[in-house]
Ligand binder design. Structure first.
Ligand SMILES: Nc1ncnc2c1ncn2[C@@H]1O[C@H](COP(=O)(O)OP(=O)(O)O)[C@@H](O)[C@H]1O
Ligand SMILES: [Mg+2]
Length: 638
């Protein structure tokens, strides 16, 4: 928790040129509206400041018995009031318009960036934290606009203007009624520092609440199964309380500050009455000046009171901006290395597809190196692991010098115990991660030199746990690609023998899929994932066979679809079914991150090594049930 708290707490600066410059990039496209709103600010203030002067003229007119002047000042006062209100309305409306537009842009920008982040980022950052960047942190920026924090400079100008006007009206009276000011400023400064700490605490704690929810809600099934509700409740209760307490502390500071400023204001009025009242009675000061003073004092204390609050909001906003930009600065997956010694392949073949899935690069994004996207040419679909070393965490290698080759059209089965590094090979092939040493080559080319979109388009991957998005079956099979026709989907379904299965779902292709596809069974999801492969028809197929057994009927369908999609294709299958393993051209046996054996089924059986023993143990007398030769027992056999 401590580490997280530290990470969530970034020292707040109220003003940071670099941050302001970057925020400005988001305001820039809406600068016309922004400047219009900024322009209305002094207009609003002028109409505000002129009112006490009009009151003064009015009261003095009363004292002098001048009805005409009284009438004109009355009319002017009304005009000033209306103009002030109108200017305020449009100023606020326009500034919020800019705010909402900028923040919507910012969210899109963050989302498109998150979409391109490497998997290692999500290993390090919990969902809740990533979501906080896009929700709470963006809202804090919005508060900056809403609180009029951008008007801090204008407020300072206002304060100076009021003091100047008061002094020019009557210096002596001004000095007396402003006698409280130094004390007040001192007090405000003390509160500002106190409040700053609590504001930061509040941000940290709300981030923790979000992070907790981000884990607890998706994990609700486990919480309920293990009767952890009470524990979870207590944990959440703790986090929630600490957040509440932080807010309560800030409330105490705010309440004290407000009452202090109110008291100081009242005291100033009292001083004015005591001193100025006498002067008026003696006829030294006019009643109008006296009224104008009391009005100015009132107007002076409002920006003073809000100053510390606005300052704190700016600080919080800068902290939030810092975090958002930190996320935006996290390097995204590189589409490829700039220079390549290989002869450049004809770019025309893949040119139209280049822009297909490449996010929405904003104007601020550094230009990505324009490498010609690689095309599988000379050795179509070949895959090669060349002395690959890889670790998720430093000094904890998961793959240790793995080398193997899949020829075009060859089918290779990978087997091995849980945790031996099988799935990791897939992640390296599709470049979710980059190797530490060695190279992974696809089509004779290092995956790091590939255009990432092109690489992934050539490679169809079915992961162990199939993830479906909420929507319907059709949209999940199309995977959001509008170019895929429904006919193509139907043809794929026919090929995968999945027609009957889909027909039986309520609504067929339009059958609803809930979030994560949790209204479908694991087997059904797997079958759909295979149909997806028929739709995309990839050159290289990578399958992580599910270990969970499915019902016999679905299993039959899945197995049939498996065989069909793998035919005449370069395939890497992390296999658990005996049939898949037997039918493979070559079997690679993984053990703790190294390749232990490699060869065809008959070769390995003849050899009488690890594979032979696994086979004896797992499949004796079995007809190829969906059991796993390596899931638990390889280590035991060894
Ligand atoms: N995202 C990750 N972060 C850290 N370690 C991981 C991650 N994914 C897998 N590992 C570790 O890497 C090793 C190999 O995992 P994996 O390739 O998934 O094994 P399997 O052969 O069961 O598919 C395991 O010890 C696992 O704990
Ligand atoms: Mg695995």
């Amino acid at each position: 928790m401590n580490a997280r708290e530290e990470q969530e707490t970034v020292a707040g600066k109220a003003y940071d040129v670099e941050l302001a410059r970057r925020l400005w990039r988001f305001i820039r496209p809406h600068r016309k509206v922004f400047f219009l709103s900024a322009l209305l600010l002094p207009v609003h203030q002028v109409f505000n400041l002129v009112q006490p002067l009009l009151l003064k003229a009015g009261f003095d007119a009363v004292a002098a018995g001048d009805g005409v002047t009284l009438f004109t000042t009355g009319v002017l006062f009304g005009v000033a009031l209306l103009a002030e209100a109108a200017a305020f309305f449009f100023q606020y409306y326009l500034s919020m318009l800019v705010a909402q537009r900028c923040l919507a842009d910012l969210r899109v920008k963050v989302f498109s960036h998150v979409q391109r982040l490497p998997m290692s980022y999500f290993d390090r950052n919990p969902v809740g934290r990533v979501m906080t960047r896009m929700t709470t942190d963006v809202e804090v920026l919005q508060e900056m606009f809403a609180a009029g924090a951008m008007n801090l400079v204008a407020d300072l100008v206002l304060i100076v203007a009021i003091v100047t006007i008061m002094m020019s009206l009557h210096l002596e009276l001004a000095l007396v009624s402003l006698a409280m000011m130094p004390f007040l400023l001192l007090g405000i400064n003390v509160f500002r520092l106190k409040a700053r700490q609590t504001y930061r605490l509040i941000r940290t704690r709300i981030a923790r609440v979000n992070a907790y929810l981000g884990e607890a809600i998706p994990g609700m099934a486990v919480i309920q199964l293990f009767n952890r509700q009470e524990r979870s409740f207590e944990e959440f209760d703790d986090l929630n309380r600490s957040h509440r307490d932080a807010i309560r502390r800030s409330n105490v500071y705010e309440a004290s500050l407000f009452s202090m400023v109110e008291a100081a204001g009242s005291l100033s009025i009292a001083l004015l009455l005591w001193y100025g009242g006498g002067e008026v009675l003696q006829g030294i000061v006019s009643i109008g000046t006296f009224v104008a003073f009391s009005e100015y004092i009132r107007r002076l204390f409002v920006p003073l009171r809000d100053f510390s609050n606005k300052y704190a909001v700016i600080q919080a906003a800068m902290t939030a901006a810092e975090r958002i930009f930190e996320l935006l600065d996290t390097p995204v997956e590189r589409p490829g290395r700039a220079a390549s010694p290989d002869p450049a392949p004809a770019p025309a073949a893949t040119a139209p597809a280049a822009g297909l899935a490449s996010g929405v690069p904003g104007p601020a994004e550094p230009a990505e190196p324009a490498t010609a996207p690689a095309v599988i040419q000379p050795s179509r679909g070949a895959v090669e692991f060349d002395d690959v070393w890889f670790s998720y965490r430093p000094n904890d290698p998961v793959l240790k010098g793995v080398s193997f080759r899949i020829e075009p059209g060859e089918r290779v089965a990978v087997i091995g115990a849980t945790g031996s590094g099988k799935t990791t090979t897939i992640k390296l092939m599709s470049r979710f991660y980059d190797v530490d040493r060695g190279a992974v080559r696809v089509g004779g080319r290092d995956v790091r030199e590939w255009d990432l979109d092109a690489l992934r388009r050539h490679m169809g991957v079915v992961l162990q746990d199939v993830f479906l998005f909420s929507g319907d079956i059709l949209s999940n099979l199309k995977l959001g690609n509008p170019d895929v026709s429904e006919d193509r989907v139907r043809a794929a379904l026919r090929n995968a023998n999945g027609e009957g299965f889909v027909r039986r779902l309520p609504g067929g292709l339009q059958a609803a899929v809930r979030e994560r596809g949790n209204n479908l069974s694991a087997g059904q999801r797997q079958l759909l994932a295979l149909v997806r492969m028929f739709v995309v028809d990839p050159e290289i197929l990578v399958l992580d066979e599910a270990t969970s057994s499915v019902d016999t009927e679905t299993e039959f369908l899945v197995q049939g679809a498996f065989e069909k999609i793998m035919a005449n294709r370069t395939c890497l299958v992390i296999a658990h079914r005996l049939s898949t393993i037997r039918n493979a051209d070559r079997i690679v046996v993984f053990h703790r991150g190294v390749i232990r054996e490699m060869g065809s089924h008959s070769e390995l059986m003849e050899k009488g090594g690890v594979y032979y023993r696994l086979h004896q143990l797992q499949f004796q007398g079995e007809g190829g049930a969906a059991d796993a030769p390596g899931t638990r027992d390889a280590a035991a056999v060894d």
